[in-house]
Design a protein around this ligand. Structure first.
Ligand SMILES: C[S@@+](CC[C@H](N)C(=O)[O-])C[C@H]1O[C@@H](n2cnc3c(N)ncnc32)[C@H](O)[C@@H]1O
Ligand code: SF4
Length: 432
């Protein structure tokens, strides 16, 4: 590997800008006006619902989550339903049209059938969902059952996102995964039998001691199973987390260096493309027909994102926000009649060119002419130094109609490129 362009790979941004200023109790009362919730003009929205519970807490995972326990789950769902009511009673939300819904986690599949039914009843009661194109329900192969999948299909779910991580049970054991490859295969089959053929898998790579052959075997399995959408995450070792400690103590083999991670990524791109997949984002690969509608409407079209639940982040009516991350605080705020927002930011017109590029390039290419129509100049004129650097480093290609991440160097560093358009506090690079 030549000298790397950046010292570390960044993790992908979920949204830009992000809420960043603490919301005081005083601000809290003004949240509905900051989000323009009383504004009744029709709008299109995306909705994200966070279900934080997991049956086991994986020793590598940084996402907002909590141990799955029935009392906590019931208390949480009561609060979540109340949060949905608070938004659903506002004119802006009553007059919107929800185009895609993502129920993510944590592990939504730990909900039991009664809870799943109650959640969908509440969503139908509080949000205008009549024009919805896609409903994704995320989960873990260890907690999906045939009955839950049939119920989800009946409730309108048309996409399942499964956290498989690897089909190799020895690597799964090193990661401390609950599920086995048998669970993953069973869930994929049961999902199809239930009528949900659109199944997306999460795989991680550069796992402790993982060889290139083992990585390619995981990818071959994806192809053999005819999976239409796959998300490939390079494993991030988070300092202080259980997995980092087990590697440091020698209990587990180390992960490969950046050069191996790059080789693994390039091999994945070549192999998946040879099997008919296209690159959909800096993480995602897709077969014809497997496109993720929510992702396109979020990163390309910048639809408002109404996010509810613990730690969820979104943007509504020009206000970017993030919910509190601790369960007791979440429940407490909602019980006292407040929206559970802890960080907020009023998006300004000056942020929009940055948002266009930071979010759009995550989907690997942006419409250069559309940028000029919106903001008056081409992206490379708006950010001359950055684009000069990217072009010199071979990370982006400027064409007449589009600006695209290069194959595969630009794709490999794509999340770093996106974050160059963001403020410093958004950049969270973990050393491997
Ligand atoms: C928010 S999790 C939800 C998936 C679901 N709970 C499950 O694990 O089955 C989304 C994905 O993030 C990825 N992920 C979690 N921790 C990671 C880490 N430290 N590095 C890279 N990817 C990670 C995993 O692939 C996981 O499936
Ligand atoms: S990877 Fe999934 S199951 Fe594991 S802790 Fe994270 S959210 Fe929970």
């Amino acid at each position: 590997m030549n000298k790397p362009v950046y010292p570390f790979r960044e993790i992908g941004i979920g949204h830009y800008p992000m809420g960043n200023s603490p919301v005081t109790p005083e601000d809290s009362k003004r949240l509905p006006s900051m989000m323009n919730l009383n504004h009744a003009a029709p709008s299109s929205k995306l909705v994200y619902v966070h279900i934080p519970f997991c049956d086991s807490i994986c020793p590598f995972c940084p996402y907002p989550k909590a141990f799955n326990e029935q009392t906590a789950r019931q208390e949480y769902l009561t609060a979540l339903f109340r949060e949905l009511e608070m938004y659903g009673s506002a004119p802006q939300i009553r007059n919107c049209s929800v185009e895609a819904l993502y129920i993510g986690g944590g592990t939504p599949s730990v909900l039991d059938e009664e809870e799943i039914m109650a959640l969908f009843e509440q969503l139908q009661a509080t949000l205008p969902m009549h024009n919805i194109e896609e409903i994704t329900f995320e989960g873990n192969p260890a907690s999906f059952t045939a009955a839950k999948l049939k119920l989800l299909f009946a409730l309108g779910v048309n996409r399942i996102s499964l956290g498989v991580q690897t089909f190799n049970d020895e690597l799964g054991r090193r990661l401390g995964l609950l599920q086995t490859s048998e669970d993953s295969l069973r869930t994929i089959q049961q999902s199809r039998e239930a009528g949900i053929s659109n199944v997306s898998l999460d795989l991680m790579y550069n796992l402790p001691g993982q060889s290139m052959e083992e990585w390619l075997e995981d990818l071959e399995k994806v192809v053999e199973l005819g999976i239409g959408h796959v998300t490939l995450f390079p494993l991030k070792i988070i300092p202080g987390f259980g997995l980092a400690k087990r590697i440091a103590s020698g209990e587990l083999p180390a992960c490969g260096d950046l050069a191996l991670e790059q080789q693994m990524y390039y091999e994945a791109c070549r192999y998946l493309e040879s099997q008919g997949y296209a690159v959909e984002s800096t993480y995602d690969f897709v077969q014809p027909g497997g496109h993720h509608i929510y992702s396109r409407k979020h990163f390309d079209d910048h639809l408002d994102l109404l996010s509810v639940g613990l730690g969820a982040f979104g943007e509504v009516g020009g206000y970017a926000y993030q919910n509190v991350k601790l369960l007791p605080e979440y429940v407490k705020k909602i019980t006292s009649g407040e929206l559970p927002v802890s960080l907020g930011y009023q998006v300004t017109p000056e942020d929009l060119p940055n948002q266009f590029l930071a979010m759009g390039l995550r989907r690997t290419a942006i419409d250069r002419q559309l940028f000029r129509r919106k903001f008056g100049t081409f992206p490379e004129e708006h950010f001359p130094e950055l684009f000069d650097k990217f072009v010199k480093a071979g990370l982006v290609e400027i064409r007449e109609e589009t600006i695209a991440l290069t194959r595969f160097e630009g794709l490999f560093w794509g999340n770093n490129v996106c974050k160059e358009f963001c403020e410093e506090h958004i950049k969270i690079a973990f050393p491997k």
